[in-house]
Design a protein around this ligand. Structure first.
Ligand SMILES: [Fe+2]
Ligand SMILES: [Fe+2]
Length: 281
């Protein structure tokens, strides 16, 4: 199975860049499954019906989340709508809206969540870090154990679909540590939230593909997606300032392309893809 995963899609520039690049990279790379982190897809923070629709129309099949998943007018209702291919971080209070992991089958180019593991093409798990986050989330390490106990405890690993983890965390040590913790137990641990790509894409000894951070899809002249001048005011003069989504072009697009062996469910290649576009034409 070949997975194409885009990092945090930031506001309108991120959605525009995806609409441009997904058909082209589909053609070039022929992925079986296309996933994107959508926590910033609506106005740079949060989700909305329109932004979900924009990502699905662009060709994204599954949308993962992060600390901003709950922002947006109807975010809770959208997260609770199991007909939408959404997941949000799993290590959260049990009554938080939405779901932290889900099996998806791919039918006619669309991902449909399914109860029966035999119908599933992939298990997607979303986890959030504990370091430098606003809230004190429960342990993502223990949550991963619990999810894996529930999902692959019965039956051989070979019979189970690939397991993809969107690992939404801030600190590189914590991010790499989860990769080692899950090495051999999941197909890939792919970092999001940083918005800046890291150059450490690799396959761990037991076959788990790992990258600390994929990077974002959004405005290139920005501070991790946000407008530059207001951000400088905040950092230089330390004056609280509302910051907007930065304008684009230029756009930057960051993704990873993973090949997962159909028998072993191990990653055989992981490649970071990055494109800076002056115009979408
Ligand atoms: Fe983000
Ligand atoms: Fe985030």
């Amino acid at each position: 199975m070949r997975i194409l995963f885009f990092g945090d899609v930031f506001g309108r520039p991120g959605r525009e860049a995806l609409a441009y690049i997904v058909p082209r990279w589909k053609e070039a790379h022929r992925p079986d499954c296309i996933i994107a982190n959508g926590e910033n897809m609506s106005h740079g923070a949060g989700i909305s019906e329109r932004s979900i629709e924009a990502l699905l129309s662009a060709g994204i099949q599954i949308i993962t989340g992060g600390n901003h998943s709950f922002e947006g007018k109807n975010a809770s209702a959208l997260l609770n709508d199991s007909s939408l291919p959404l997941v949000r971080p799993a290590n959260m209070p049990s009554d938080a809206p939405g779901r932290g992991f889900a099996y998806f089958g791919i039918k006619n180019g669309k991902a449909v969540s399914c109860e029966d593991v035999e119908d599933a093409a992939i298990l997607v798990i979303n986890l959030i870090g504990q370091t430098h986050m606003r809230y004190h989330y429960p342990s993502p390490f223990r949550e991963a154990d619990l999810i894996l106990e529930k999902t692959i405890a019965s039956g051989a690993r070979e019979m189970h679909p690939p397991i993809f983890v969107d690992w939404h965390a801030d600190v590189s040590s914590e991010k790499v540590a989860l990769g080692w913790y899950l090495d051999g137990r999941v197909s890939a641990v792919v970092g999001t939230h940083g918005h800046t790509p890291t150059a450490d894409a690799r396959i761990l000894p037991n076959g788990t593909g790992l990258i600390s951070d994929v990077g974002m899809v959004g405005p290139h002249y920005s501070v991790i997606g946000q407008e530059i001048t207001a951000n400088l005011e905040r950092f230089v003069r330390q004056v609280p300032k509302k910051v907007d989504v930065a304008p684009a072009p230029p756009y930057e697009i960051n993704a990873v392309l993973l090949d997962i062996d159909d028998t072993t469910k191990k990653t055989t290649t992981i490649r970071h893809l990055r494109s800076i576009l002056e115009a979408l034409s």
